[in-house]
Write a protein that binds this ligand. Structure first.
Ligand code: SF4
Ligand code: SF4
Length: 373
């Protein structure tokens, strides 16, 4: 691991300047319409200074912090997915000429994003999507963006009410896969412990007015991570989870959750790993051109499982079971990793507060009760 250095808070804009000078477009947390979301960042004042976010099942609030932390929130409501895998994208355009059509694939020239403030669970989510989009069937658009992305991670200084990254082994500390990683230290002088993880990250650090980190700086950062690890809002017991769900496909809990689930698809939209899409052809009225668009879809949509003659998963019970079993079980068979990184967004943003950790616990507990009868 690279030796750590210290970047004083007053020099933070120097990092943004170094990113933009290299042609990156910094994207990071911004406060917008009562939520922390990801958006363009030009100066430190664009960050949600002194703000935090309170999460629980179906509940989200912005609150003031007693300090001027730049990254003192838990997790934005949206994820990096929208930049790497946009919600709407045109795949190709067909143009009619002399009685036939010429099809041109969409030209791809994405910006070079610097993702600023990537949490450990979010980097894990990006890696999960990497397995989907860079594997046997590489996705042109995803890879065009992903190849040039610079990742500036920020270790968590607190855990939100719906966080359970420690259960999923994805956080709260970034260990690799970043270009730069920061830990915001607020005791005494406001400063950042910073490390590089790549040659590009190291080049950027050479341009900044850094001082070597002291043992006290490193100890403060380690204590912070330990504190966060011990204060997760949620816990999910993953022991044997694949078989647990496979063995309980007919469990009565699926009927119970179906009475609460609205099939609104919020959980899949906010989930940083969900990747289901649909395609739509849009011809012009004169028939001269047609376009094919790709749009995020959800396994909670009735039409998503339409094959021929009708949808396969007609009930909400079947759709919730499909989603949760895919996340926590079949994803492991499909991609060799869990589809859940423990970010908790699906819990916070479910309008009726359905909680994936509670649903697993209910199945596990009731199975244990049956086993002892
Ligand atoms: S399933 Fe929920 S907790 Fe897991 S990664 Fe998706 S949104 Fe986050
Ligand atoms: S679990 Fe919640 S967020 Fe997901 S579809 Fe059902 S009601 Fe909507």
């Amino acid at each position: 691991m690279e030796a750590a250095s210290v970047l004083e808070r007053r020099n933070f804009n120097g990092l943004l300047d170094a990113l933009t000078a290299r042609g990156y477009r910094p994207i990071g947390p911004v406060l917008e319409a009562g939520r922390i979301v990801y958006g363009p960042i030009q100066r430190d004042s664009d960050l949600p200074i002194g703000k935090t976010d309170i999460h629980d099942g179906g509940m989200y609030r912005i609150a003031d912090r007693p300090d001027d932390a730049l990254f003192g929130y838990n997790l934005p409501s949206d994820s990096w997915k929208q930049y790497l895998f946009p919600p709407h994208s045109r795949l190709w355009t067909a143009t009619k000429s002399n009685g036939s059509f010429t099809v041109a694939a969409e030209e791809i020239d994405p910006p070079r994003y610097a993702l600023l403030g990537v949490r450990a669970c979010e980097l894990a989510a990006i890696r999960v999507q990497d397995t989907v989009f860079t594997g046997a069937f590489p996705d042109r658009q995803y890879n065009a963006v992903r190849d040039d992305v610079l990742i500036v991670g920020v270790n968590c200084g607190q855990a939100g009410g719906t966080c359970f990254c420690t259960s999923m082994g994805t956080g709260p500390q970034l260990t690799d896969g970043y270009d730069l990683v920061l830990t915001e230290l607020l005791d005494g002088d406001h400063r950042f412990l910073v490390r590089s993880g790549t040659a590009t990250g190291a080049d950027i650090l050479r341009e900044l007015p850094l001082t070597p980190a002291t043992p006290a700086d490193c100890a403060e950062a380690e204590a912070l991570i330990e504190h966060v690890s011990g204060h997760m809002g949620r816990m999910l017991d993953t022991d044997g989870i694949k078989d647990l769900l496979y063995d309980n496909a007919e469990h009565e809990r699926w009927d119970d959750v179906a009475t609460r689930c609205l099939a609104c698809a919020n959980c899949t939209m906010v989930c940083p790993t969900c990747f289901c899409v649909t395609t739509e052809d849009r011809p012009t009225l004169d028939g001269a051109t047609a376009e094919r668009w790709r749009t995020w879809d959800s396994c909670f949509s009735l039409g998503f499982s339409h094959i021929h003659g009708g949808p396969i998963r007609t009930s909400v019970k079947a759709r919730y079971r499909q989603w949760m079993t895919h996340k926590l079980a079949t994803w492991i068979d499909q991609f060799g990793t869990s589809g859940c990184v423990g970010c908790g967004r699906c819990i916070t943003w479910c309008p009726v507060g359905i909680d994936i950790t509670h649903e697993v616990a209910a199945i596990r507990t009731e199975e244990a009760v049956h086993a002892h009868r």
